[in-house]
Write a protein that binds this ligand. Structure first.
Ligand SMILES: Cc1ncc(COP(=O)(O)O)c(C=O)c1O
Length: 384
């Protein structure tokens, strides 16, 4: 017979999508049922309705939904005709999709180091990367800052460098939609903002999905064409090379409902982050939000130095507390990305962070007793 699990050793979920399902009750099921009834599974009415809601949420003039966060990034590079001989700058410390799209577009990603305190692109390293690209005979065209773990990058510094060097800014807000930078919502910074609705993201759907936010009407028009095979006047008028890159109607229906509770979930995430900070501040390097910015806490990522990170993760696992390492290697060390360029001076901060970061369970439904158990286990694990 299995031994009954004691409540204080019950596994804690890393993210709790089921708790959100319970909160939403039958709303999502009813929204999906409406799509099942009208049967417009591709580009049904929910797609346009969701795009209007999403644009209104962040104040962008246009929201163009698409099949994933990766497609959102790629579609913008395609619209801007990024290609061979172009350099696209992105952090080395990010999810692979940020650099992958540059390669898919035919360009060269150039890896930039990040700031140790924010995990986001370091403006000085970006300047060095631009010089590196020029020396290699590439044309600097675009920078893709990432708002990692939910925290906006240093957008004013990036915008100034981008302007000085004629780059456009494509913000990778896959992890950070809903966050703000000095009073502006993500979606309003740079030429365009890409986001992802992968289920684990702060605003996730029940499959894959993504969107591009922009104030540029011409760009929005191009993106709408590109996501449907480069259609012109109609589907059988092919004026450019595109993708099958649309958001499914069912996912749009799910997102309409989820967006309604998103502001409340952002507040709940902030509360969880504050409780972690007060419990952990004096034992680990806890994340800090710079003045004037807000985070949506896609991850709560601590830094544990001196080789203590992996033993701590193992000790937490024994206590039923899952953790994750985002990211174990900087992209320039991944086999697929080894041959691309790295900013002069290398990416030492990214390298160091990969050995120190540890993400703890984080979601809006993490209750105080579970969180206290996590905090206690981290403190105990580090005291060993
Ligand atoms: C920083 C970043 N960029 C891009 C993506 C790609 O999003 P998707 O998985 O929806 O393609 C992700 C998400 O996984 C991400 O975390």
């Amino acid at each position: 017979m299995n031994k009954p699990i004691k409540p204080d050793s019950m596994p804690i979920p890393f993210i709790d999508i089921a708790a959100q399902r319970r909160r939403l009750g039958s709303k999502v099921d009813e929204a999906i049922a409406r799509v099942m009834a009208h049967c417009q599974f591709v580009m049904g009415p929910e797609v346009g309705a969701f795009e209007r809601d999403l644009a209104a949420f962040c104040g962008a003039r246009h929201a163009v939904s698409c099949a994933s966060g990766t497609d959102a990034l790629l579609l913008v590079l395609m619209a801007k005709k990024i290609g061979p001989d172009d350099a696209v700058f992105c952090p080395a410390f990010t999810f692979c999709a940020t650099a992958e799209v540059a390669v898919l577009a035919g360009a060269t990603p150039v890896f930039v180091d990040v700031d140790a305190a924010t995990f986001n692109i370091d403006a000085k390293s970006l300047e060095r990367a631009i010089a590196t690209a020029k020396r290699a005979g590439l044309k600097p065209r675009a920078v893709i800052p990432v708002d990692l773990f939910g925290l906006p990058a240093d957008h004013d510094a990036i915008a100034a460098i981008a302007q000085a060097h004629g780059l456009f800014v494509l913000d990778d807000a896959a992890q950070a939609f809903g966050a703000t930078y000095r009073g502006r919502s993500l979606g309003k910074l740079g030429l365009a903002t890409a986001t992802s609705f992968f289920p684990a993201k702060p605003l996730g759907c029940y499959g894959d999905g993504g969107a591009i936010l922009t104030d540029d009407g011409e760009l929005a028009g191009l993106l709408k064409s590109l996501r449907v095979h480069g259609e012109g006047a109609n589907r059988y008028d092919n004026v450019r090379i595109g993708l099958t890159g649309r958001l499914d109607t069912i996912q749009a229906a799910v997102l309409i409902e989820k967006l309604k509770i998103f502001p409340d979930e952002i507040l709940a995430r902030e509360k969880v982050a504050r409780r972690y900070a007060s419990g952990l501040d004096n034992v680990v390097l806890a994340p800090r939000v710079p003045e004037g910015l807000t985070s949506v806490w896609a991850q709560y990522t601590i830094r544990v130095d001196g080789g203590r990170r992996d033993p701590l993760a193992a000790a937490l696992k024994v206590e039923g507390i899952p953790t994750a390492i985002y990211y174990p290697k900087p992209l320039n060390r991944q086999e697929a990305y080894r041959d691309f360029l790295v900013a002069e001076g290398g990416v030492p901060v990214s390298e160091r962070l990969c050995g120190e970061v540890l993400s703890l369970p984080m979601h809006p439904y993490l209750d105080a007793p579970a969180q206290d158990r996590i905090v206690e286990a981290v403190r105990k694990g580090l005291a060993r």
